[in-house]
Design a protein around this ligand. Sequence first.
Ligand SMILES: Nc1ncnc2c1ncn2[C@@H]1O[C@H](COP(=O)(O)OP(=O)(O)OP(=O)(O)O)[C@@H](O)[C@H]1O
Ligand SMILES: [Mg+2]
Length: 463
Amino acid sequence: MPHAHLLVVDDEPSILTTLQKALTLEGYSVDVAGGVRIADEKLKKRSYDLCLFDVQLPDGDGLSLLAQIRAAKNEVPVIMMSGHATIDTAVKATRLGALNFLEKPINTDALLIAVETTLRLQRAETEARELRVATGATGELVGESGPIKKLVEQIARAAKSSASVLVTGERGTGKELVARAIHQLSPRAKGPLEKLNCAALPSELIESELFGHEAGAFTGATKQRRGKFERASGGTLFLDEVGDMPLPMQAKLLRVLQEREIERVGGSETIKVDTRVVAATNRDLVKACESDVFRADLYDRLNVVPLHIPPLRARREDVPLLARHFLELASKANDRPGMRIEDDALQVLVAYSFPGNVRELRNLTERLVILTPDDVIRAADVRNCLPGGGSPKAQGLYRPGVPFRVLVEESERQILQDALAHHGGQMAATARALDLERSHLYKKARALGLRGDGKSDEDDAGS
Ligand SMILES: Nc1ncnc2c1ncn2[C@@H]1O[C@H](COP(=O)(O)OP(=O)(O)OP(=O)(O)O)[C@@H](O)[C@H]1O
Ligand SMILES: [Mg+2]
């Protein structure tokens, strides 16, 4: 446990001495105060990781001290101590945000355990919150265009209720990001967020993933397993690519959404669930309903709150903001601080159509950070990175009829060729820059017919 600074407030000098000694022995730094006034002064002077307040003090009481610091927006965790605690005081203290209540005479072991547990909980919570801010919620939803502002408002509103949300938008528009934001901004944020990709699994597997199974339900089901619906109870279930869910599963999902209870595969017991569903798809579900590949009644159930994310080309004013945002992330991740992008270069990006939407912009920016030799990204660098040099007719990496394996190989070869050229053919530097094992880079380069100078063996054949 990292170092912590504590404040103990009690009117009895002998108690102060005992507690200070016990806590100091455990490695904490401890300040003491004999009354409200001194405690108040100390609390104003520095921030503490934890406070211990006696209830009865000569110049006031611990409860009003607690109320006072909370009113001043001080969220320091507080443990109350009292010799004649009534239920009433304990309830009051808890309402004011005291985390624990210790009976006097204080048992030192109980005290140390309470202190350690409280500090640990507090740290875990702070870390979780910091992680949330760093990785997501709407903090990360970059954009100032009309559609994005509207979307952010809709997310905030949707987050308040438990109604089903259907997020639609082309691939790479940020549907998953939006789904996560809804969860994180909702009262369920402390509950679990479970995700199921409905396109990735065959019908039977989706069923056991969603609803769980009992031991012996099918071959291989050796143990009972809870499904995502059950695990997400009290939280949110994100059903990704819901448009690809097979029809038989759609019927089962509909039933669960109506009844709010599930049955595990091979089980007979019904289990109540309190799971909020957020679904996403890049398919046109209205059309899918018309052609009977998606159930209209399920669509209605999922689409209680519709959230549509427009494609990036329909909100081009967001491109510079997003590009700068991703540039910052990528230059941090690749240890290239101080990278910047010229306005002309941004204009090339703004003019591009981004069939892969925000994800494509993100990948592109990352590529630019890695491949651009200077600290400045110019228009020419961007054009070089865009398929077909950024011309409006530009093709993606996909070419009909060419196997996936070949397309991937071509891209890999291109990346390695560029990277090796950038580092003057030096394997070690290239491996470092790409975060690859050197031996792996060697193997890869050989397999792709590349040499250290970035040329292919064929290039050499003629010269
Ligand atoms: N408005 C935004 N601000 C910041 N980052 C964004 C934004 N929109 C999308 N992204 C980023 O773009 C990438 C793609 O987003 P996401 O995976 O949510 O898209 P998606 O719509 O679920 O895509 P797919 O349909 O392919 O599953 C992610 O890295 C995400 O963080
Ligand atoms: Mg997605």
